[in-house]
Every structure is written in C-alpha cells, then in structure tokens.
Ligand binder design. Sequence first.
Ligand SMILES: [Zn+2]
Length: 325
Amino acid sequence: MTVLAQRREGAFPDGINPSRARRTVRDLYTGPTLTAAALSAPLLALPDAGDPSALPGAAPLAGIPETVARWAGLGIRGLKLFAYGHDRDARATAATAPGNRMAAAVSIVKTTVPGMAVTTEVCGCSWTDHGECVLRTDEGAIDLDATYQLMGTMAVQHADAGADVVSPTAMLDGSIRAVRQALDDAGHRDVGVNPNLAIHTSLYGPFKSLMNTDPQSGHRRGLQLEPGRADRDTITQARRWINEGADSLTLQPVMTAVDVLVRLRDDQRVPIVAYSTSGEWGALRALGAAGMVEYLGMLKRAGADQVLTFAAETVAQHLEEVRSA
Ligand SMILES: [Zn+2]
C-alpha cells in the first residue's frame, strides 16, 4: 500500500501523528490539562486553640489573610469556607449571631483578596451541641420549618458579609428553595446557591474530627446518598435541587465516585464542583505533586468545572514551578 493510500485510511505509516508530533501543535490543540484556575481550596476557620497543621487550609482568623494572599498569588481564584462553630447549643443560635466566626472569616477573606470567589458552608452541624445538621422537635422529628429558617438566615448573613455563593450541606428536600427565597427576599439575587450531593463515605473523617462535627448519637446517613444507589440517586437529587433553585452543584467525595461525576456531567449543564474530601488528602499526598496533577486533571476531564481540594495549594505551587522551569 502506498503512503497516500495508508493516509487515506487514517493510519500514520511512520508512527507519527502530526497533531501530536510538535510541542507547539500539542499545546495549540490541547493546552495544559490542569491550571490553578480550576482549583478551589477549602478554608477551615479554626478557634485560636485549633490545630492548623491538621489539614491544609486550616487557620485561625488571624492566619487567614496570609493564607488567602498566598493562594491568590498562585492563581487560585476560589475557596470554600467552613467555620468551627462556637457557643454551640441545641438550636444553633450562634450560627446566625452577628459577627460569628463564619461572618468574620468571610469579611477577612474579602478584605484581603476582594477578587477571591467565596463559597460558604450552610449547615447546622458546626453550631449544634448535638452535632446534627438539622434542628429537631421535642419529639425528635426533624423540625423542617426551623431548619429552613436557620439555613435561610445563615445564607443571608454570609451574603451580607460578602459571600458569593452559599452551599447548603444537609441534603434536606425543600431547603434549597428556602435558601434561594431567603436570599432573594434580602436582595441577594446575585448570590449563587450550590447544594451538596453527598455520598455516604469514610472519606469525611479528618474534617469531621478537626471541626468536631460528628453527631453525638447515630449518624447522618439519612441525609446522604447511599453508595450502592449513588449512580441513580445523585441524578434524581441533582434534578430536584435545580428545580428548587440551585444554579451549581457540589459532588462529594470524588475519589470513590468518579463514575457518578461522569453521569452527573452527562445529565446536567450547570457548573459542577467536585469536592475531593479530607479523607482523600492522605492518598493524594502519597501520589506526590505530579500524580496529584494527573488525578485532578482526570476529575476535570470527567466533568468537573472546579475541583475543591486540600491539594489545591500544593498543586498550584507545582504548576508554577513547572511553568517557570
Ligand atoms: Zn452538616
């Protein structure tokens, strides 16, 4: 067969595909798999006595300016803020108290790096003394009205402090509508609502122990997706959230749910944040920086618009070093 005939059949007789042969052309067609702009970092606002070495992104309020300035310098443009709740009680009173740790942390981030996109966790579990995400009636049932009210008020408080997106974490039907309505009523129509699609997993452990958010009795499995059905239930729940007013979604964890991420991407066109949770951090560290880039690049390829990861700073630093090498 002549070379021309071989080319007509789509083969490259010398083994070289011209679209990949030259680096300039590779870069032209594909670009980098991953850039720092695709990474968001979890920021864990701790009490002064907390242990900032427990997870990357953990810091007392006084350490936040230095942390976010460093991230911004590496090209990271978004973070998700979690606050270690103080003055916890059965009704999560401090969750909506003026100037609480969450509101203070949002203000500090926005003062330090105004262009940083700030997403906040909206959930009861950091603020209830029983550690549950929801409020309960005296009879022990979920107090839906009170929980909706709590989540809506928290969301408005975070938006007032400067949050760009609020992320309701407890997967309680009706709560996204309640949060969207509360924001609209308060004039925050341009603040996004990014609910969680949380699959039950052992990979939340380090976060829960650092932030002390494990429920005192039982577990919160009733508010999470079952792993054995996550491929179907995640899609059902995502559609429900969109109907309730969500404009983006977070899927967690991802290391053990990439199949779900692919299906979710196929079904939804809204921005998807893939949250590589705290329990994935140990495995990521073992991969090393170059391996982390490959893993996070895979999540992008699987359909994530943003990857929220404890590896964000390490990876952004590595990408910077590779670029300037
Ligand atoms: Zn919670």
